[in-house]
Design a protein around this ligand. Sequence first.
Ligand SMILES: Cc1cc2nc3c(=O)[nH]c(=O)nc-3n(C[C@H](O)[C@H](O)[C@H](O)COP(=O)(O)OP(=O)(O)OC[C@H]3O[C@@H](n4cnc5c(N)ncnc54)[C@H](O)[C@@H]3O)c2cc1C
Length: 539
Amino acid sequence: MSNLINTLDQFEQCIGKALSYVRRSCEQDGKTNPGLLDQHQQVVSDLAVSTAELQCSRHYLDYASSRGDIEQKLSNCFAAESLHNIRNRLARHPQDYGLEMTDVDALDLGACEGLLSASNLEALGRLIVSSNGDLGDRGLDEEKLLMADTFRQFADKVVKPLAEDIHRKDLIIPDEILDGVRELGCFGLSVPQRYGGLLPDDREDSLGMIVVTEELSRGSLGGAGSLITRPEIMARALLEGGTEEQKQHWLPRIAVGKPLCAIAITEPDFGSDVASMRLKATPTEDGWLLNGAKSWCTFAGKSEVLLTLARTDPDLSLGHRGLSLFMVEKPAFDGEEFEVCQDSGGKMSGQAIATLGYRGMHSFQLFFDDFFVPASHMIGEGQGLGKGFYFTMRGFMGGRIQTAARACGVMQAAFEAGLSYAVDRKVFGKPVADYQLSLVKFARMAMYLGASRQFTYAVGRMMDDGGGQMEASLVKLLACKLSEWTSREAMQIHGGMGYAEETAASRYWLDARVLSIFEGTEETLALKVVGRSLVEQAG
Ligand SMILES: Cc1cc2nc3c(=O)[nH]c(=O)nc-3n(C[C@H](O)[C@H](O)[C@H](O)COP(=O)(O)OP(=O)(O)OC[C@H]3O[C@@H](n4cnc5c(N)ncnc54)[C@H](O)[C@@H]3O)c2cc1C
């Protein structure tokens, strides 16, 4: 393993050299020029993904170093594969990265020798199949293991039996799930105890929220696993920018899941470009009138409060400094469309957008027409004017690590489904799981799942120590990509049945597909969030 660590160090230096090259190429007056940086998009994206793979490998190896045989084998193979991926990327055209072919040739893969051979991966796959998918120690303390166990049971008993119906009939999440999640205290995981939640007052506890999200997402991404994302984003935004009175009012309610809440940031014309949002908020007596549209507001029907980003200053040249954040109240609706009419004549209407997967919450297109919001509902009130963008970003940081946890949950479900089908299904006289090609797939699925999970936990711990901002985006970027591959292969292992609606495998794949689109698209994270800060930090 120490050889692999040395190799990671060597690769990291090479990536650092490439980042410095990009920085030099894009520097103007001592700053990184965004226009120039855009001319290196492919390179920046490659370097961001490579950094994610390097960091993930390091955390996985570190975790495995004090654990058993299976953890060590999986982490070694994951690191070896990451190193090969990175080298292949750089070798395509080293000059793009400011490197010479000799720099790439100097990247010594000797420590990976044999790790990715067909026979080694086959043996690893056999170990995984014979242990029924056991990836070894989860790396959690007793308290978190107990949480994981409780929510795993809830997912098995309550969520899974309803998950197929929710997906195939495009139902709204039934009360059995919502009430159960409320009773288990899920909505309070990001709310400090002093405001009625479960989060300790004196420290962060991202790991609890991560573990719960993972287990619920294993049951169903849209039917349970994404329920805590909204309160997480809303609570973080309120804690960051809310007045004490707002915190006292809203947080205890969010913590018990009454009201349910939704996040309205995206608009029909702007998604990735949050700073350009246009929904107009015009001051009026005692409050604001909202006019314009939002799109993709998930769970907007059932929710009674929408965290809504609006432009409070019409001067567009202010960009993100013209935005403020509102708690917009409305009644709950179960259906796929709704309309709210205020006595003052204001109106809000919603229409669900039909989607391929991620069903259970319905994502809405919203229209606001002179919809009145009291002044007391702007986060931070007078102090929050023009700070909506910052509060939103604070909320998103929690949303990203949570999305990595959602990816782990979907991956776990797909992996389990693929494994159990392959063991039962016989082709040409023996189980699908007995063939080398399947065994190699299971080895890869196991290492992707183990690596994503341990990276997610590691970043959760970093966030609890006050850091991890960029890493939350790194792990989201990587885990979501890996969950797509894993669910694709789980579906493939099912043959024709993988394409049938009646097997859960098709749902896992459809659900996994959305993870790289929301909470920051793969491209936005790689270029704007991770890539840019890596370039700026480069020596
Ligand atoms: C099922 C679902 C649920 C959602 N739920 C919510 C929700 O609850 N609340 C909410 O506010 N939003 C929600 N969203 C919206 C989601 O966050 C946005 O779809 C996402 O931010 C992308 O925005 P966009 O769709 O406008 O794509 P665009 O921003 O138009 O991007 C189009 C493509 O261009 C790429 N791109 C963007 N910028 C660049 C660049 N600089 N260089 C190169 N490529 C670039 C993008 O990565 C993407 O591939 C949801 C979306 C989906 C699909």
